[in-house]
Design a protein around this ligand. Structure first.
Ligand code: GLN
Ligand code: ZN
Length: 760
């Protein structure tokens, strides 16, 4: 049996790519230097995979920002607004990723969307009437040759044509169909070039195949591949799926002349039955995704070997594979110094997963039950010390009424308008202010005990004070404390809850140069002490204006952690919900009467198939949010925030969270969601972000005014809040102050326009 890796992390063990890229953005290093860093990272990946005995080593899984953008650019899907800047290739690339404001022009970035059910984000390619799809970049060829030169034979990887088209947004009048023939020609050209240089396998990633496809989409898929596969010649084509099962598309996959089919047996719950019931085609290779590319616990060799033995009854040609790209897990457990060995032995990051592939490959062909590797592995799965009975008692005492807040929304809205007397178009921010170097430095000093806790706390207080003063000066209506005390919206809460464990270097790419370091859920979760009360109370003491308390919600805390696998997701979310509920009530007791509970990641784990949405997720995720806030007084205003706006299809569930106000990202996306809000009589007040914080670009007053005007076509102005589309922690101070100045000026202008200086 051979082994395969779908893709490998690329930011570097110590986030070298992030730091180099950021230096390049600041013009501190040249492109040559950046490329040098990239080359080192690629070679070290190929090397470790080769040393670990991996047979199919990926290339072109590297990216300076995002592989979807790489693919779009390779096929000349580049909007004119970027071409017109007249920049070189790499700067045109970064302009699409981050927007551009400089001597050559002023353009917004491409929209960014969550990559399926992960916390990775991709850039949405845009198709215009004059987009001429053709192969224009040789990145994939170059990377294959780059590996070859270093002595590594690789399997190039690229996003497949069906997913590329599906994930792209049509911006002109043409339909997606009309791009198909050029797209197919483009990929054929790629096949030809790869054949010329002697590549043997090409992996085409087609994750869109695990989504619900209507008949039109199925036809599109077949149309593309039946023509494309005519001209693969010697090149072997692996169609790689992941994040779910292929359900009713399985037969189409079988009937097309692919040489390999990659299926995910971790998240693709139905893939095994599909294969057993429908058989497999033995002229094809089955790339069996059995090593979890999304979670960090050791593989259970017993379960995996049993699974493979079942697969062997239908397929004689199996390659052992990761379930998806390892991009979604950190690099290496052995880099962790502080974490206790008793936890570390349970963990498997990208490097360790390579070893798991090799172990299983070796074990499968021997009498494995007496093998040391197997016996050691099995010891990991029956352990105590993860249970706290008080937590389970509390869960069993939850009543139905604990999930419902009283009085109902409209009555609360009336009461709260009386209490807060906010102007029309109230202005606020999402919580964090720029995490400048001084903030990071002080945190580091505390970590290495260079300063005392008291010194650190006074520093944070100083920052809070400046932040409150700034917001007052800019004329904000609802203030925040700025979140200087936290490195991260999930880890910070995790540290203050029993049940979580933490890593030092386990970074995972979220988008571009942004990485996150998810905590790990080890045991039952319980709050030890109040977490945010001290900071919010201090901020409140500095101003007469309302200060929003700032918490992370249970669904997001879990979705941005690595969950345990021995109890259900529902139970883990409920445990966190009870802990955060205690925090909400403590904030309220301390006079904080606006509380934002961020659910930035609520949509992330929504099952990819609609038929699974309720039972497998929404039926417990939405009640968990309500459990967090149902205990507050009517006059306490509950806000929530989400980092995206694609909730048209779950809009009722979002309203059912029963928050008083929701802010969300709207600036990089179209106005579809606004229409949906109107059509669904959305009751919650809304703050669709008026500018994009993921880009350093400063929006003008006019721009903000006109985007709010558009919003008013769909939303009752009395329900509309004005805010940026996410937290400001990744931004610089200067651009933040300019942007926020324009935001509050825009609000003033809008109030004049709507001729209403009164309260709402
Ligand atoms: N309150 C958080 C912040 O402002 C929200 C971040 C997020 O939505 N990702 O940083
Ligand atoms: Zn956000």
């Amino acid at each position: 049996m051979k082994t395969n890796v779908i893709g490998f992390p690329r930011v570097g063990l110590y986030r070298e790519l992030k730091f180099s890229t950021e230096k390049y953005f600041k013009k501190e290093i040249s492109y040559e230097k950046l490329e040098e860093c990239a080359h080192k990272l690629k070679v070290s990946n190929w090397k470790i995979m080769k040393e670990s005995g991996i047979d199919f080593i990926p290339s072109n899984d590297f990216s300076f920002y995002d592989t979807t953008l790489d693919t779009a650019m390779a096929f000349n899907i580049i909007p004119n607004r970027y071409k017109d800047l007249g920049l070189n290739f790499i700067d045109t690339y970064f302009a699409q990723a981050r927007g551009y404001q400089g001597p050559n022009g002023d353009v917004r970035a491409l929209a960014m969307k969550k990559w399926f059910n992960t916390n990775y984000h991709y850039l949405v390619p845009e198709l215009y009437d004059d987009t001429k799809i053709e192969l224009v970049s040789s990145k994939i060829i170059d990377e294959y040759l780059e590996a070859k030169e270093e002595g590594y034979e690789t399997k190039p990887v690229i996003l497949g044509p069906y997913s590329l088209l599906t994930l792209s947004r049509v911006c002109g009048s043409k339909t997606k169909d009309s791009y198909v023939s050029d797209l197919v020609l483009g990929y054929k050209e790629l096949f030809k070039r790869l054949n010329e240089i002697g590549t043997s396998w090409l992996q085409l990633d087609e994750p869109c195949i695990v989504l619900d496809l209507d008949n039109e989409s199925k036809k599109l898929f077949k149309d593309i591949y039946s023509v494309l596969l005519e001209e693969k010649n010697g090149l072997k084509i692996l169609i790689q799926t992941y994040f779910g099962d292929v359900r009713d598309n399985y037969k189409d996959l079988l009937s097309l002349p692919f040489d390999g089919i990659g299926l995910d047996f971790i998240e693709g719950k139905k893939n095994l039955d599909l294969i057993i019931n429908n058989g497999f085609d033995n002229s094809k290779v089955l790339f069996a995704g059995v090593i979890n590319g999304k979670n960090i616990w050791k593989n259970n060799y017993n379960k995996t070997i049993e699974l493979i033995n079942k697969l062997k009854t239908v397929s004689s040609n199996i390659v052992l594979s990761t379930s998806c790209s390892l991009l979604h897990v950190p690099y290496r457990v052995s880099s962790e110094i502080i974490l206790d060995q008793k936890y570390k032995k349970h963990l498997s990051f990208a490097y360790e997963k390579l070893k798991e592939l090799l172990d299983i490959k070796n074990l499968i062909s021997i009498d494995y039950k007496n093998d040391e590797r197997y016996l050691e592995n099995q010891k990991l799965f029956n352990i105590d010390g993860r249970t706290n009975s008080a937590v389970w008692d509390r869960i069993s005492n939850i009543k139905e009424s604990d999930y419902i807040r009283h009085p109902g929304f409209y009555e609360r809205e009336k009461i709260q308008r009386e209490v807060f007397k906010l102007p029309l178009f109230p202005t606020t921010t999402i919580g964090s202010f720029p995490q400048t170097n001084d903030v990071k430095q002080e945190r580091k000093k505390l970590r290495v005990a260079d300063i005392s806790e008291d010194e650190y706390n006074s520093f944070v207080k100083k920052k809070i004070k400046e932040c409150i003063e700034l917001q007052e000066r800019l004329g904000f209506d609802v203030l925040v404390h700025g979140e200087y005390e936290r490195n991260d919206m999930v880890e910070y809460f995790g540290i203050n809850l029993d049940g979580f464990i933490f890593t030092e270097y386990a970074w995972v790419q979220s988008y571009g140069t942004r990485c996150v370091k998810p905590p790990l859920v080890w045991g039952d979760i319980k709050r030890r002490n109040p977490i945010s009360v001290m900071w919010s109370s201090y901020a409140k003491s500095l101003t007469k204006k309302p200060v929003k308390g700032m918490l992370t919600g249970p669904v997001t805390i879990l979705n941005w952690s690595f969950p345990r696998e021995d109890i259900s997701i529902k139970d883990q979310i409920t445990q966190i919900a009870l802990a955060i509920r205690d925090e909400v009530l403590d904030l309220e007791d301390n006079g904080i009467n606006i509380i934002q509970i961020d659910e930035a990641a609520l949509r992330e784990k929504l099952p990819l198939r609609k038929e699974d949405w309720n039972k497998e997720y929404l039926d417990f995720a939405i009640p968990a949010f309500r459990l967090v806030h149902s205990g507050v007084k009517p006059e306490t205003q509950i806000h929530t925030h989400m980092c995206y706006s694609e909730f048209n299809d779950i809009i009722k569930s979002i309203d059912d969270m029963d928050a008083d106000v929701i802010t969300f990202e709207a600036s990089r996306s179209d106005l579809q969601v606004l229409k949906a809000l109107k059509e669904n009589d959305f009751k919650t007040e809304v703050g669709p972000g008026v500018y994009d914080i993921h880009s350093p670009r400063v929006p003008s007053v006019l721009e903000i005014v006109s985007s709010v005007k558009k919003m008013i076509e769909y939303i009752d102005p009395k329900k509309l809040w004005i805010n940026p589309d996410c937290g400001l922690k990744t931004r610089g101070v200067e651009e933040t102050v300019l942007s926020l100045t324009n935001l509050t000026s825009a609000a003033k202008e809008l109030r004049k326009l709507y001729d209403c200086d009164d309260n709402r």
